[in-house]
Design a binder for this molecule. Structure first.
Ligand SMILES: *Cc1c(COP(=O)(O)O)cnc(C)c1O
Length: 231
C-alpha cells in the first residue's frame, strides 16, 4: 500500500496538472486533506510532508483530534452542522464549509464576537437538488442567505461549497461545478463583493472541479485510503 507521503505527492501532482490543463495556476487550488475517521498519527504524517490544511466533518471528532496535533494546522469543518453545535464549531475551526441556515449564521457570529475570534464561512449549495444531501437548493435561498452572511458581524463569507452526485458522468460533474461557479459570480455581482473560494471536488472528481474553477479540493480517500466507519 502506498504511504500517505506518496499519496500526497501524487494528489499534489494531479492538482498541478489539472490546473495547468485548464489554464489555471497550481497555486490557485488549495488542498484540504480530509482526515475524518483517521487517527491523529495519520494527520501528523501528512503534516510532516508540509500539509497544513485539514478537514473534518464532525465537530466532536475535530475537538478530540486537534489538541493532539501541532497548532499550525488549520482545521476546516466540512460536514453538516446542527446549530446546537455551532459554538463548539466556531471555537475549533477556522473555516466552516457547510453553513446552510440563518440560525446557524447567528449562532456562529455570536460565538466569534464573544470570543474575539474571526471565522470564515462558506454556504453549502445542493444545486443537483438531491434529497440525500444537505445544503441550500434554490437560487433565491442562496442569495438570501448570502446577503445575511455578508451583513453579519464576526463572520466572513468566503465561498460556496458543494458535493457532486456520486455516480455522475464527467459531463454532469462539469455542469454541476459550473452551476456553483455561476452562482458565486451572481452573488459577487449582486452584492458587489469578492467571494474568492469555491470548495468543490473530492477524491473521485477533483479534476472536473478544478476545470470549473475550484479553489479548494477536499480530498480524503486518495490521501489516507478507504474509510472504516465501523470503528
Ligand atoms: C468525506 C468528505 C470528503 C472527502 O471525500 P473523499 O471521497 O474521501 O475524498 C469531501 N467533502 C466532504 C463534505 C466529505 O464529507
Amino acid at each position: 500500500m502506498p504511504s500517505i507521503k506518496e499519496n500526497l505527492e501524487l494528489v499534489r501532482e494531479n492538482i498541478a496538472n489539472a490546473a495547468l490543463k485548464y489554464g489555471r495556476k497550481a497555486d490557485d487550488v488549495k488542498l484540504l486533506a480530509v482526515s475524518k475517521t483517521f487517527p491523529a498519527s495519520d494527520v501528523a504524517e501528512a503534516f510532516a510532508c508540509g500539509q497544513t490544511l485539514f478537514g473534518e466533518n464532525r465537530v466532536q471528532e475535530l475537538e478530540l483530534k486537534a489538541p493532539l496535533l501541532p497548532s499550525e494546522i488549520r482545521w476546516h469543518l466540512i460536514g453538516h452542522l446542527q446549530s446546537n453545535k455551532a459554538k463548539k464549531a466556531a471555537l475549533s475551526a477556522c473555516t466552516i464549509h457547510s453553513v446552510d441556515s440563518e440560525k446557524l449564521i447567528e449562532k456562529l457570529s455570536k460565538t466569534v464576537l464573544e470570543a474575539g475570534l474571526a471565522l470564515d464561512i462558506m454556504l453549502e449549495v445542493n444545486v443537483t437538488d438531491e434529497d440525500s444531501k444537505s445544503g441550500l437548493r434554490s437560487e433565491s435561498d442562496i442569495l438570501r442567505l448570502a446577503e445575511i452572511a455578508i451583513a453579519t458581524k464576526g463572520i466572513r463569507l468566503t465561498g460556496l461549497m458543494t458535493m457532486a452526485e456520486l455516480d455522475a458522468t464527467e459531463k454532469r460533474l462539469r455542469e454541476t461545478f459550473s452551476m456553483v461557479r455561476t452562482l458565486r459570480d451572481k452573488i459577487e455581482r449582486e452584492f458587489s463583493i469578492t467571494i474568492p473560494e469555491l470548495s468543490m471536488g473530492m477524491s473521485s472528481d477533483y479534476e472536473q472541479a478544478i476545470a470549473e474553477g475550484s479553489t479548494i479540493v477536499r480530498i480524503g480517500t486518495a490521501i489516507f485510503g478507504g474509510r472504516d466507519y465501523t470503528i
